[in-house]
Write a protein that binds this ligand. Structure first.
Ligand SMILES: [Zn+2]
Length: 459
């Protein structure tokens, strides 16, 4: 299975520092873009309902037009506020819906759903509404770019941001509101590379030309340990969450519960409630930043190592963190389903930021002509990496001792070596192609079925 991006787009996200006036206008832009996005979703549902009717009556179908029209939502009586924002902002709302809908039609995502403040808090701004002005910084003598928002006639002034690293000039920027006074601006641009980048198929062909021992030398396998929250490589390197960060994460989790309780008691719309909300947002941000940091450090270290082939285990993280199904006995009484134990495991999986580490490694490796492969993870902790003997007794706590050949190693390193071996086998078998797009699986709607033993009435 191939797991590498097709085009090399790069993005950066900087902390933005809008003025009070800009904050107000950006808030309007976000709201209006969301309004159009939701409007398009409602329209799509209406079309779907009409299609169902048409099928019943035997009339012609009416497919949802995949356009970016928004004029139908802009009525002076019902939505006068839409007339206050630039038309490009509204159009981009329709564009965002269209992109989401196209992802659904390609089988890459589920249907776009209605959004609210909590999950649609950003505005996509295209180049009509911003410009970069090059200037020379009088203090340092370096040339800097100033980001100007708005059009010539309706200028919003300069949006200040902290550029903590170099960036390319984008065609589209996204401005995000994380909490009341935390704003970010992200640029998306084509990544400039020094070396000529090769496609995954070319990389696989090159690696296949190597002799076995050479190939083993340039291959690194990585095993992700749930219990210890770390990543171990076949080279014997461990990447783990620092103890102090672990401690802080635990403390923050307690704080989060406390803030949440407090928030529930406070009066809606009050100033103190807004303050608690800010605290809660900062708390969430700490966890997010800490996990991103770990994932970035691990992936950077892996991608910049001498390895030319990185092998990961293919874990379905979404399935692993999913809530277990509710269980009932024949009388309809609820039985324990292991949710509590599972919650603990889910938490530690998320804490180790697995998915992110793999994601980040993929794009960082692609820029350095390194191939990333994923292999099935079954029994990797019980299989001997030297002779291939698989038995549960091979493993004793965190040591691995093969009962056939006597090979002994740290259990995680042995698992990483096993994963490396599987990766090499996969490459030799030419199994690097596989499906290009990841399709989402839809859960069957089981709500219609009643409790077991009770016949379901069909209408
Ligand atoms: Zn063995």
């Amino acid at each position: 299975m191939m797991a590498q991006p097709s085009s090399l787009q790069s993005g950066v996200r900087f902390r933005a520092l809008p003025t009070q006036e800009q904050t107000h206008v950006l808030g309007q832009w976000i709201g209006c873009q969301r309004f159009i996005y939701n409007g398009k979703i409602d329209e799509d549902r209406l079309f779907a309902a009409q299609r169902r009717m048409a099928l019943r009556d035997g009339a012609l179908e009416c497919p949802t037009p995949l356009d970016q029209q928004y004029a139908q939502f802009k009525t002076p009586e019902l939505s006068p506020w839409l007339c206050d924002v630039p038309s490009q902002i509204l159009r981009n709302g329709a564009v965002r819906w269209r992109n989401a809908k196209q992802r659904q039609l390609k089988g890459l995502a589920k249907a776009p759903r209605r959004r609210n403040r909590a999950n649609f808090n950003s505005v996509m701004v295209t180049s009509e509404l911003f410009a970069f002005r090059a200037e020379v910084d009088p203090a340092t003598g370096e040339s800097v770019f100033r980001l100007l928002l708005g059009t010539k006639s309706r200028s919003l002034g300069e949006l200040k941001f902290k550029a903590h690293r170099p960036y390319g000039l984008p065609n589209v920027i996204t401005i995000t509101r994380e909490s009341r006074n935390h704003w970010y601006v992200s640029f998306n641009y084509a990544h400039a590379c020094d070396e000529i980048l090769r496609t995954p198929a070319e990389l696989a062909y090159e690696l296949n030309g190597l002799r076995d021992e050479e190939l083993e030398f340039v291959t690194t396998g990585a095993d992700r340990n749930v219990r210890e929250n770390c990543v171990a490589t076949s080279e014997g390197v461990f990447y783990s969450v620092p103890a102090i960060v672990k401690e802080r994460l635990t403390r923050k989790a307690k704080g989060r519960a406390r803030h949440q309780r407090k928030l529930a008691r406070q009066q809606k719309g009050s100033k103190n409630r807004a303050k608690t909300k800010d605290k809660l947002a900062r708390n969430h941000a700490y966890q997010r930043n800490a996990l991103n940091d770990i994932a970035h450090k691990t992936s950077y270290s892996l991608a910049t190592s001498d390895a030319k082939l990185l092998v990961f285990e293919d874990l379905k993280i979404r399935n692993m963190v999913r809530r277990p199904k509710a269980r009932q006995d024949s009388n309809g009484r609820w039985l324990p389903n292991g949710q509590r134990q599972k919650a603990g495991l889910s938490k530690s999986i998320l804490q180790s930021a697995w998915g992110r580490t793999l994601n980040f490694t993929q794009y960082k490796a692609a820029r350095r002509n390194t191939l990333v492969l994923v292999v099935p993870p079954h029994d990797s902790s019980q299989e001997c990496s030297r002779c291939g003997h698989t038995h549960p007794e091979n493993r004793k706590e965190d040591r691995f001792l093969c009962i056939v050949c006597g090979f002994s190693a740290h259990a995680d390193i042995n698992a990483a070596c096993t994963i490396r071996r599987r990766g090499i086998k996969r490459l030799r078998d030419g199994l690097t192609k596989g499906k290009a797009v990841k399709r989402v699986s839809f859960r069957k709607n089981s709500s219609r079925a009643g409790p077991p033993g009770v016949p379901v009435e069909r209408v």
